[in-house]
Design a protein around this ligand. Structure first.
Ligand code: PLP
Length: 413
């Protein structure tokens, strides 16, 4: 029996844990010879497909040159290449690139940058504003700015206070804007952190670019820093490189991870405006930005990210995203017996059943059905979502939706 303790897994349920031995494109091959379609991009990371040849080659070549180097006071070519590449395609005003290892750490860094900025300016702003149903990771700071619930109840005594703005439900958006306006007007808000356009783990909840733009405008008017957590939404997921683009919003701080390396190896960056960097700039060592981890800007990870950036520059990634988006629209339009079907870019989502919580027993039954049908889908409560790598074959996506039809017939009904 394996001694591994898996994440977000209740081992007491005794569910099977398949062993994957190989990945190629949108397909996973298991040790017992099954061909499984990865319809959630392995937790939303795999953009160009598994074992993408250019990314694999870049990691291999880098491993033979330089595997790891302390990043405090030292640098290396792949990191410089990634920083320059990001400067080339991300909003011009985000002039500084800080590396870390995961989406959660990119958020921790963002929060620390915001607090450091206000301390340096001598203003007593320390409150973080958050959006209801948000998810930003599972470290203590990231949980503090995320939705409270069963996931983090045990740690609640450690989580810091935030001010939560209601999610902009369709038709009730004004309540969100009013609450944000009030929270900003109090004068102690350091930053507002949001997932632009789609709240992922909160249930693939969509809201409009117009509301994103209005939320940004309120923050800008009050000088509250705007942190865009694009850990899930970036790299084309919502149809554009960044979700913020669709609203014409440029954040003060931007969190990127997941697709940064095409999903091959862990890496994250937090990009910041020059004003935020400048607030930490001094000849006083006590004012430096105090954050690091051993593997900051690991060269292998940076080589993968540089290859991802080259793919974005040189290959028709946008066309692949548009093709997948069109297929998703077509499949979702044909669904019957589901609630609130929706598609944005490459993401399709809808609700099934009576509207249960994340812990409804339908989710594990649906997951088991998908597993038995060689499709990797992982519903969030009664929300099924499909978010495959951009290279998925048309016939494989059809198989995914056939499995969904099976779930609707055999599990939900
Ligand atoms: C919007 C968002 N932020 C942060 C995170 C945390 O990223 P990680 O799991 O890499 O720590 C996630 C993970 O799903 C996410 O969706």
């Amino acid at each position: 029996m394996s001694s591994i303790w898996h994440p977000f897994t209740q081992h007491g349920l005794g569910e099977p844990i398949p062993c994957v031995v190989r990945g190629e494109g949108a397909v996973l091959h298991t040790a017992d010879g099954r061909r499984v379609i990865d319809a959630i991009s392995s937790w939303w990371v795999t953009t160009h497909g598994h074992a993408q040849p250019r990314i694999a080659a870049a990691i291999r070549a880098q491993a033979e040159r330089l595997d790891q180097i302390i990043f405090a006071g030292w640098t290396h070519e792949p990191a410089e290449e990634v920083a320059a590449g990001l400067r080339g395609i991300m909003p011009k005003s985000l002039t500084r690139v800080f590396f870390s290892d995961s989406g959660s750490t990119s958020v921790e860094v963002a929060l620390k940058m915001a607090l450091g900025y206000w301390l340096a300016r001598g203003e007593a702003r320390h409150r973080i504003l958050v959006l209801e149903h948000g998810y930003h990771g599972d470290t203590i700071g990231a949980m503090s700015v995320g939705q409270r619930g069963v996931f983090n109840r045990a740690y609640a005594p450690l989580l810091f206070d935030v001010e939560t703005v209601p999610f902009p439900q369709l038709g009730a958006e004004q309540a969100t804007l009013d609450a944000l306006e009030r929270a900003c007007a109090r004068g102690d808000a350091a930053a507002f952190i949001v997932e632009p356009l789609v709240l992922g783990a909160g249930g693939m909840l969509f809201y409009s670019p117009d509301i994103l733009a209005q939320m940004h405008a309120i923050c800008a008017r009050h000088g509250v820093l705007f942190i865009a957590d694009e850990v899930m939404t970036a790299w084309g997921r919502t149809g554009t490189l960044l979700a913020c683009e669709q609203a014409g919003v440029v954040p003060d701080i931007l969190c990127l991870s997941k697709g940064l390396t095409g999903g091959a190896v862990p890496l994250a960056v937090t990009m910041a405006s020059e004003a935020i960097f400048a607030a930490h700039w001094s000849d006083d060592r006590a004012r430096m930005f105090f954050h690091s981890s051993s593997y900051t800007a690991n060269p292998l990870a940076c080589a993968a990210a540089a290859a991802n950036l080259a793919i974005w520059r040189e290959e028709p990634v946008v066309e692949r995203i548009q093709r997948l988006g069109t297929w998703q629209q077509h499949h979702v339009a044909a669904l019957t017996g589901v609630r609130n079907p929706r598609v944005l870019g490459t993401i399709a989502a809808f609700e099934v059943g009576a509207g249960e919580s994340y812990l409804s027993d339908m989710a594990p039954r649906m997951m088991a059905f998908f597993r038995e049908n060689d499709v990797l889908l992982r519903p969030l409560g009664d929300t099924i979502y499909v978010m495959p790598p951009y290279c998925i074959e048309k016939t494989d996506l059809e198989r995914v939706y056939r499995a969904i039809a099976g779930v609707l017939e055999h599990v939900v009904a």
